[in-house]
Design a protein around this ligand. Structure first.
Ligand SMILES: [Zn+2]
Length: 384
């Protein structure tokens, strides 16, 4: 009698139905998902977009190195390296054409890589002694026009000049930068945009007629929210670096990888579906749970030390293994950051120049180590 009864039992029916559903859904799932998605959903690389003359070499690099390593996210720092039609005056002298970008988009699609373009908004409007294009062409947007660009840049300096910022309350700035954002999102056919927003030292300057005396956390959060709303209207997700949301004093993290200018309270003022890129390069500081517990998806970002990089991956895996379902999905993965141009990185990668950089770091070795470790997870998975 037992077999007869079990044939009609609710459990058996449920099993049969779910088995049939699996058969129906499997082909679609198999295409969309990768075995590693369970352990490390985002497996990213962040790098400057290639110069036009290096697009072909970069495409070969994507095919030969990124796709076989199961990289599924490519953050390309584009800034002014695109032939913008909305504001041709902001183009770099040499800049990617639409055809160049479409080649990158095609190979990314072929390898299931999601490209996320970046333009630095708010901060990083200059680098060392050089103004970036926005403030070069529109000096009226400068948050600190009284700070002159030095002949020879040195850190530290009297002005505390690291990078210039635009004034987030200037009435003309968003119309221009949003036109660039819309164009770059469209040409890359992107569903996410990275606004940078790291290392903003100049914000709410005492001499700015619009920002003086305002709460810096509110200014920062206001700008994040404004960009977020602009993108959300087009179903595009906002990614930012996380350092301005960490308290540099209490954590001892200091002014670079955290905030010493009171912007950190913005963590409670911005929309929760902004994706946080939590970068730490000298040690595997466990800040990801802080972001996750605040409700954000957080991606951990290493750079140049192999041991730090491996420790960060281990942490991510541990957090996911022990988290509640609600928290688990917020530990969204890893993104390796490369702070050189695409061409110098490829030269380092293929041993044409040394990849060792300051303090014994090696960004190529760290990149390779990260994806080697991630690859091992796949072979473990394969045994099941
Ligand atoms: Zn201002």
């Amino acid at each position: 009698m037992a077999p007869f009864r079990s044939f009609y039992s609710p459990e058996a029916m449920t099993k049969t139905i779910s088995f049939l559903l699996t058969l129906l859904l499997l082909p679609g799932l198999a295409q969309a998902q990768h075995p590693l998605d369970e352990q490390v959903p985002v497996r990213g690389l962040s790098i400057a977009a290639p110069q036009p003359e290096h697009v072909d070499e970069f495409i070969a690099f994507m095919r030969d190195e990124l796709i076989p390593r199961n990289v599924n996210t490519l953050l390309l720092r584009v800034d002014y390296n695109y032939q913008y039609n909305s504001h041709p005056e902001l183009r770099d002298e040499k800049a990617l054409s639409e055809a160049d970008v479409k080649e990158l988009v095609a190979v990314a699609r072929e390898g299931n890589i999601r490209i996320i373009p970046q333009i630095n908004l708010l901060g990083h409007q200059s680098w060392a002694g050089t103004l970036e294009n926005l403030l070069k062409v529109y000096p009226e947007f400068d948050e600190t026009p009284h700070v002159e660009m030095p002949e020879e840049y040195k850190w530290p300096n009297e002005d505390g000049l690291y990078c210039k910022s635009y004034c987030p309350l200037h009435e003309g700035v968003h119309e221009i930068v949003f036109a660039l954002v819309d164009e770059i999102v469209a040409v890359f056919e992107a569903d996410a945009f990275h606004a940078g927003m790291d290392e903003v030292f100049y914000i709410g300057d005492d001499k700015c007629p619009r920002c003086a005396g305002r709460d810096k956390a509110e200014l920062f959060a206001g700008e994040v929210t404004r960009i977020y709303n602009h993108l959300a209207a087009q179903d595009v997700v906002l990614w930012i670096w996380g350092d301005r949301l960490l308290d540099g004093r209490t954590t001892g993290l200091g002014m670079w990888e955290a905030s010493m200018n009171q912007t950190h309270r913005a963590i409670d003022l911005i929309p929760k579906d902004v994706v946080i890129n939590d970068w730490h390069y000298e040690q595997a500081v466990p800040t990801a749970p802080y972001f996750a517990m605040k409700g954000f998806r957080v991606i951990t970002c290493p750079w140049r030390f192999v041991d730090v990089t491996k420790a960060q991956l281990d942490q991510m895996l541990t957090y996911r293994a022990h988290a509640t379902p609600a928290m688990k999905e917020r530990f969204a993965g890893m993104m390796h950051t490369i702070w050189s141009g695409a061409k110098p990185f490829m030269d380092q990668f293929y041993g044409r120049v040394s990849s060792e950089n300051a303090r014994g770091g090696d960004q190529v070795a760290a990149f390779k180590a990260l994806f080697e470790e991630i690859g091992k997870l796949e072979s473990q998975e394969g045994g099941e």
